[in-house]
Design a protein around this ligand. Structure first.
Ligand SMILES: [Zn+2]
Ligand SMILES: [Zn+2]
Length: 273
């Protein structure tokens, strides 16, 4: 019998985002848009993610700065320009863009609502994701403690993900809403209040079996859980926006959403034409 040191059986506590995370997400949005009642919105978000990938690829060679918001500030106008949306930002000075970035960052970290969420806030949030992912890709792997917030950038998770393969099958990670890093979180424990009390799982019958809402009877909050075991291509950002019907269902049962999605705000979609 070969003895394996117990430490090698532990799943890694932190997983870096993939270098092509936005391209993969764009592909997932395109897939989910097919035949979906919100298809045109999801297709537009696919284009936004593709633009984020381009922005990340062009930054890869440069070292990131100390400040996430400063880095994001340099990305927001080129991001909008690539999508032919420069006019949306034309009347705004730099100070206004920085206010938008600060609001989007606070939304990501504390789920603080943004007043009058609009297309500028969406580009600010998308730019923050690029800057955050750029930071996360340059981090050195480290052991991180269990936490409700991202050990890399401090943002709240967009949801949980049950992994497949690589010795991590069935292990739950939380995925950062801002930088897409994933960190290990034990299962059957509420992410929002850390209660090990009653955690239930609700899904949309017959639709999207890989997506469930993990509800907590202690704090009456929920986050969504995405299972790679049921769909290997599941993406916590894209699949979240394709399953808003689940949020309605869970909301009707008295549970409050406890996870930000930076491409959406309080159930409100923004679509530029
Ligand atoms: Zn993060
Ligand atoms: Zn709870």
């Amino acid at each position: 019998m070969i003895s394996v040191p117990s430490s090698s059986l532990q799943p890694p506590s932190l997983l870096c985002p993939a270098a092509d995370v936005f391209a993969q997400r764009a592909e997932r949005f395109r897939h989910l848009a097919t035949g979906h009642s919100l298809g045109s919105w999801l297709t537009w978000l696919a284009a936004l993610c593709q633009t984020q990938q381009h922005a990340l690829d062009t930054r890869k060679a440069t070292p990131h700065g100390e400040n996430l918001l400063d880095d994001a500030f340099g990305i927001i106008r080129p991001l909008a320009a690539t999508l032919d949306q420069s006019p949306a930002l034309a009347g705004l000075d730099d100070a206004a863009l920085r206010v938008s970035l600060q609001s989007a960052y606070q939304y990501a970290c504390e789920i603080t609502p943004i007043a009058n969420w609009n297309i500028v806030d969406l580009f600010a949030a998308a730019a923050l994701q690029v800057a955050g992912t750029h930071h996360a890709l340059q981090q050195t792997p480290a052991d991180v403690p269990q936490s409700a917030h991202c050990p890399c950038c401090g943002a709240a998770p967009v949801g949980g993900i049950l992994m497949a393969g690589d010795g991590k099958a069935g292990v739950r990670y939380l995925e950062c809403s801002l930088c897409s890093s994933r960190w290990h979180a034990v299962r059957a424990r509420c992410t929002l209040c850390d209660s090990s009390g009653v955690v239930n799982y609700l899904g949309l019958q017959g639709h999207h079996p890989a997506v469930q809402a993990e509800t907590c009877d202690t704090c009456h909050g929920y986050i969504k859980l995405y299972s790679q075991l049921k769909d290997i291509h599941v993406d916590p950002v894209a699949d979240d926006l394709a399953t808003l019907a689940l949020d309605v269902l869970v909301g009707e049962q008295g549970f409050a959403r406890g996870a930000p999605n930076l491409l959406m705000h309080e159930g409100e979609a923004v679509l530029a034409h």
